[in-house]
Design a protein around this ligand. Structure first.
Ligand SMILES: CC(=O)N[C@@H]1[C@@H](OP(=O)(O)OP(=O)(O)OC[C@H]2O[C@@H](n3ccc(=O)[nH]c3=O)[C@H](O)[C@@H]2O)O[C@H](CO)[C@@H](O)[C@@H]1O
Length: 370
């Protein structure tokens, strides 16, 4: 049995690691241990529950600032690593927890496997700090599981050896399949459906977030029959302006963050998604829901190229224009809805589990021969 330490910190990491955890639990050769860093509190708890995960270790979040969080997280993860005989550390994505988990593994000479490797904008400020974090993880990881061929190519161009890179699809699609299967989810709405909005990216805080909210207010007032559903991130930098600008509109429904089951139902029932989230760009095409990205760039150009998403930026006028274009042009809408999903088919976790089995068995053989 190989002991594998899975490190999660935020809502999306839990979602994207959960199907892999269940796959590893069932595989017969690995013993996965889940460590939650506490980077997200309530939003993480919601997700762990949704996916039936009881972490083996949950760290207390040390202080409010990222610096205190990182230092205390590093100390505690290092202790956990020192106390076990770990075959592998598994991290996902591009958060502070991802990076600290990988860094601790690197210092302890435990191989690091990076899920969702190779996403890039090559602009260290956008998204900040995620672009820097994921590039740093790529420097110290031993196994790079890229969701798409493009992500794999980015890693090759950064001189990561070919045999360390595998294209697996994104595990978020597995998470969607898992929840749909378990709860027999299906579309509940007749007709057009609602406009689903999320916004939380650090680069959008301040004036961009206000512009986004004013755009939503414009569209909601022009189309009183259109219901807008906006689950609002708990960070007050986000929730305060959102509530101030959109709070009084009768067809705009602001809610606390949804658990994963509610979110996938909301996605199934949506007409259009407006978001700066990474995960939603990957998920919306699974259900054939067109998506407008509230950013000027994306590390997921596959969605734009496939035709299931468009970049709408963060200017009020442009966002309104792009929504109106889909509202009035059924052909353009249909083309986006039928573009398919370039991020996977729900088999990424099985693929990663198989690849790890081979890679770790190879390592064992090497060790025995040595
Ligand atoms: C720069 C960037 O793109 N970074 C990404 C970032 O994640 P993100 O931008 O995708 O973050 P969020 O938008 O918070 O999460 C999205 C998920 O949450 C679900 N959701 C959302 C609202 C809600 O009320 N209820 C929910 O259930 C939703 O369906 C979806 O699955 O970090 C990840 C981890 O390292 C990376 O993978 C990933 O690159």
């Amino acid at each position: 049995m190989q002991d594998i330490l899975i490190v999660s910190g935020t809502r999306p990491e839990i979602i994207k690691l959960a199907p892999l955890y269940h796959c590893l639990c069932a595989c017969g050769w690995a013993r996965p241990h889940w460590l939650h860093t506490g980077q997200h509190g309530e939003m993480a708890r919601q997700m762990l529950e949704c996916f039936d995960i009881l972490p083996d270790v949950t760290l207390e979040r040390g202080g409010d600032g990222l610096c205190e969080f990182s230092t205390s997280c590093r100390t505690h993860i290092d202790r956990v690593m020192a106390d076990g005989s770990w075959a592998l550390v598994l991290v996902q994505g591009d958060t502070e927890s991802t990076f600290i988990g990988a860094l601790c593994g690197y210092y302890r000479h435990i191989p690091v496997a990076h899920i969702e490797a190779g996403l890039r904008t090559y602009d260290l400020q956008r998204p900040f700090p995620e672009e820097g974090l994921r590039q740093m993880v790529s420097r110290i990881a031993s196994f790079h599981f890229a969701p798409t061929a493009r992500a794999a190519q980015a890693l090759r161009e950064e001189a990561i050896p070919e045999e360390r890179i595998s294209v697996t699809g994104n595990t978020v699609i597995d998470a969607q399949h898992w929840i749909v299967r378990r709860h027999q989810l299906r579309r509940r709405r007749e007709g057009r459906g609602h406009l689903l909005v999320t916004a939380h990216r650090r680069e959008n805080w301040g004036s961009d977030l206000r512009e986004i909210c004013y755009a939503i207010a414009d569209v909601a007032s022009r189309h009183p029959e259109l219901e807008v559903l906006f689950p609002v991130h708990l960070n007050p930098v986000v929730s305060q302006p959102v509530h101030a600008i959109l709070g009084g509109l009768s067809n705009v429904h602001l809610s606390p963050p949804l658990d994963y089951l509610q979110m996938q139902q909301a996605l199934l029932d949506a007409w259009l998604v407006l978001t700066d989230s990474g995960g939603l760009q990957e998920e919306a095409p699974t259900f054939g829901v067109p998506l407008l990205v509230l950013r000027t760039e994306t590390e997921r150009p596959e969605a734009i190229e496939a035709g299931c998403a468009r970049l709408a930026g963060t200017r009020r006028g442009t966002i309104v224009q792009q929504i109106e274009a889909l509202w009035s042009n059924a052909d353009a809408y249909r083309a986006m809805a039928h573009a398919g999903n370039p991020f996977g088919n729900g088999t990424a976790s099985v693929r990663v589990t198989d690849l790890l089995k081979g890679a770790l068995a190879g390592k064992e053989r090497l060790r025995e021969a040595g």
